[in-house]
Design a protein around this ligand. Structure first.
Ligand code: PGA
Length: 248
């Protein structure tokens, strides 16, 4: 059985002071969670959030990282820095990073390998645009993104990663994929993993759904057999809402 994992992607929201308030409010609300719980604040709040969740069941994640170990990469953060700050997870290849910051399957793959080498679990995002869905290209596109991100991994490494299937048209729009649509495409992603690493590995990989997941739709999405969790943007910014999702 795959243990569900629900992660909050705070994106570019919350000052360190606000991050402390949100994380502290969350701790008592999610302590009965049956799933793994992760929150991913901006870099500058990793430290304060880590303090707040130190003795709780909440784990820390970051939203991005560079693949190099160190060096002349102004503005970037390395895997070792995240690890030292207490991050156990890192979101990689989010569609906003691909769209606004030029990330590609190749650079996502470099990041994935660097995260694993540092002992951080990557949460790798894949997902199609509305035009691709309407053009019938979804399955081929997410299969390609999945294969690209996992290139060069061993089976042991691959089975421990997390993938988030996030249709771009559902992110931040209030439009969620239907339970069936989400389940079907998460299944496509799982078959893509199976195609590279075999069915055993694919059965172990946890695949989240993301895109306007909220307290109202979480339980029915989480009831779908292929969906192993959620990557939550907007609804992770209020402790009560995120707690309701986590306790689906
Ligand atoms: P959303 O974002 O829940 O606000 O749609 C999800 C994400 O982008 O990870």
């Amino acid at each position: 059985m795959r243990k569900p994992i629900i992660a909050g992607n705070w994106k570019m929201n919350k000052t360190p002071y606000e991050a402390r308030q949100l994380a502290s409010a969350l701790v008592p609300l999610v302590k009965e969670a049956r799933c793994d719980v992760v929150i991913c604040p901006p870099f500058v709040s990793l430290g304060v959030v880590k303090e707040c969740i130190a003795t709780s069941n909440i784990k820390l994640g970051a939203q991005n990282m560079h693949w190099a170990e160190s060096g002349a990469y102004t503005g970037e953060i390395s895997a070792a820095m995240l690890k030292a700050a207490g991050a156990e997870y890192v979101i990689l290849g989010h569609s906003e990073r691909r769209q606004y910051f030029g990330e590609t399957d190749e650079t996502v793959n470099l990041r994935v390998k660097a995260a694993i080498a540092a002992g951080i679990t990557p949460i790798i995002c894949v997902g199609e645009t509305l035009a691709q869905r309407e053009g019938g290209e979804t399955d081929a596109f997410v299969t390609g993104q999945t294969g690209g991100a996992l290139q060069g991994l061993t089976a042991r490494q691959a089975e421990a990663i997390i993938i988030a299937y996030e249709p771009i048209w559902a992110i931040g729009t209030g439009v969620t994929a239907t339970d069936a649509e989400a389940n079907e495409t998460v299944g496509v992603v799982r078959r893509a993993v199976a195609g590279v690493f075999g069915a055993d590995v694919a059965q172990k990989v946890r695949i989240q759904y993301g895109g306007s997941m909220n307290p109202k739709n979480a339980s029915s999405l989480m009831a779908m057999p292929e969906i192993d969790g959620g990557l939550i943007g907007g609804a992770s910014l209020r402790a009560e809402d995120f707690a309701k999702v986590v306790l689906y």
